[in-house]
Ligand binder design. Structure first.
Ligand code: PGA
Length: 253
């Protein structure tokens, strides 16, 4: 089944509003002719307004980096689905390994956030991936299986087809170490088999991005693997020219 390539930039805690606006203005010019890819940028909350304005009328979609599960209330520091939607956000990253590692995110909180995002009509980008210790002790598949089964509990196949999964081996994030295309493909195929066990044929429509030191130089080979449908990009998304080259490579141009 043909799945549309989706490349998303995760800016993490980088780019003020004016820096974000400038990046998107440059990116709009750089991506001319590349809009057969679904292109997304995920700025920090404070830059979302400026980035939505700059991206208006272009093929660039805007995502957030987190979402709270409650519609409103006493949750200091959190942001609701409705707040994101009314700010012009279409996508939301959920369960990034940095949130799991530093901010107590668990498969259960991923599941709550995912349900809130789906209910609001947002497109969730749900991150899964093993740590180096987990890989070295042969637990990669067990970790991925529990992240998927617990993270996606209570979701039906129709909702699931909107979900984007990002496979991000933790040891490859920001380290310059990329999974080899074979290693990444094996993990993606395993993830798709888990999705098929939960959602049946809907799993064939679900996009699975690779993330972890993806760059223009390795994007083509990674995204040409049968179960790799794009990328979630950190460092290489912070420069418009580099991000656009990566998208071009991912499309095999
Ligand atoms: P990286 O980050 O591309 O800088 O490795 C990817 C991510 O954390 O989403």
């Amino acid at each position: 089944m043909a799945r549309r390539v989706i490349v998303a930039g995760n800016w993490k805690m980088n780019k003020t509003a004016s820096e974000g606006r400038e990046l998107v203005e440059k990116l709009k010019a750089e991506i001319a002719g590349l809009d057969d890819a679904e292109i997304v940028v995920c700025p920090p909350f404070t830059s979302i307004g400026a980035v939505v304005e700059a991206a208006a009328g272009s093929p660039i979609g805007v995502g957030a980096q987190n979402i709270h599960w409650a519609p409103n209330g006493a949750f200091t520091g959190e942001i609701s689905a409705d707040m994101l939607k009314t700010s012009g956000v279409t996508y939301v990253i959920i369960g990034h390994s940095e949130r799991r590692q530093y901010f107590g995110e668990t498969n259960a909180t991923v599941n709550s956030r995912l349900k809130a995002a789906l209910a609001a009509g947002l497109i969730p980008i749900v991150c899964v991936g093993e740590t180096l210790a987990e890989r070295e002790s042969g637990r990669t598949e067990a970790v991925l299986a529990s992240q998927i089964r617990e993270g996606f509990a209570g979701i039906d196949a129709k909702e699931a087809s909107r979900i984007v999964v990002a496979y991000e081996p933790v040891w490859a994030i920001g380290t310059g170490k990329t999974a080899t295309p074979d290693m990444a493909q094996a993990a993606h195929a395993f993830i798709r088999s888990e999705l098929r066990a939960l959602f049946g044929d809907a799993a064939d429509a679900m996009r699975i991005q690779y993330g972890g030191s993806m760059k223009p130089a390795n994007a083509r080979e990674l995204v040409s693997q049968p179960d790799i449908d794009g990328g979630l990009i950190g460092g290489a998304a912070l420069d418009a020219g580099t991000f656009a080259s990566l998208i071009r490579e991912a499309l095999g141009r």
